[in-house]
Design a protein around this ligand. Structure first.
Ligand code: PGA
Length: 249
């Protein structure tokens, strides 16, 4: 049975006191599913979040990191820095990083390597834009994003990789992929993994869906056989909505 995961990506939202309030609300809600729960506050609030969530079953994760160990990279954060404040999982390749900060497949391959070298787990994001979907090129795009950033890895590395399929046209737009579109793509992703690494590995990797997941659509999306959870943006900023999604399993 693959691990079910619901991760909240808070993006560039919530200052320190807002982070503390949201965390105390999250701590008051009961989890009724077996899904692993994660939240990704912004860098400045990671340590506070780690301390505040120590006693509960919610992992604090980072939204990004740099690939270098250290050095002259003004404004950047390394894997070791994240580890030193208790972060063991990082989101890499989010479409906003690709679109606004010019993150390329090559750069992401280096980031994945750096995270794994530091014994971190990676939630690796990818997904097609609307034009790719309309032209029927979506599978090709997704396949190349996965191959270019991950297929240099040994099979053993995949125990620390979670995949997150996030069609760009569904992020923050209120538009979701239909449960069938999500399932079709997740099955395609698993086939892509299987072709390279074999069935057992492909069947062991959790694949999350992201893009306008809300309390009212989570259950149907999560009911699909190849959808192992969600990466949640907007709805993760509200504790009740977030846990409604977590408990949709
Ligand atoms: P959204 O964001 O849920 O607000 O669409 C998802 C994401 O960017 O991970």
């Amino acid at each position: 049975m693959r691990q079910q995961i619901v991760a909240g990506n808070w993006k560039m939202n919530n200052d320190l006191s807002q982070t503390e309030s949201l965390i105390s609300e999250l701590k008051n809600i009961k989890k009724t599913s077996n899904a692993e729960v994660m939240v990704a506050p912004t860098f400045t609030n990671l340590l506070t979040a780690v301390k505040a969530l120590k006693t509960v079953d919610i992992e604090v994760i980072a939204q990004n990191m740099h690939f270098a160990e250290n050095g002259a990279y003004t404004g950047e954060i390394s894997a070791a820095m994240l580890k030193s404040v208790g972060i063991n999982t990082v989101i890499l390749g989010h479409s906003e990083r690709r679109a606004y900060f010019n993150e390329t497949d090559d750069m992401l391959a280096k980031k994945v390597d750096a995270a794994l070298a530091n014994n971190m787990r990676v939630i690796f994001c990818f997904g097609e834009e609307l034009a790719d979907r309309k032209s029927g090129n979506h599978e090709h795009i997704v396949e190349s994003q996965i191959k270019n950033a991950l297929f240099h890895l040994d099979a053993s590395a995949f125990k620390n990789i979670v995949l997150a399929y996030e069609p760009v046209w569904a992020i923050g737009t209120g538009e979701t992929a239909s449960p069938e579109q999500a399932q079709d793509m997740h099955a395609f992703i698993r086939k892509t993994l299987s072709n390279k690494y074999g069935n057992a590995l492909a069947n062991s990797v959790s694949i999350l869906y992201g893009g306008s997941v809300k309390p009212n659509n989570a259950q149907e999306i999560f009911s699909k056989p190849d959808v192992d959870g969600g990466l949640i943006g907007g709805a993760a900023l509200n504790a009740t909505d977030f846990f409604a999604i977590v408990n949709a399993f």
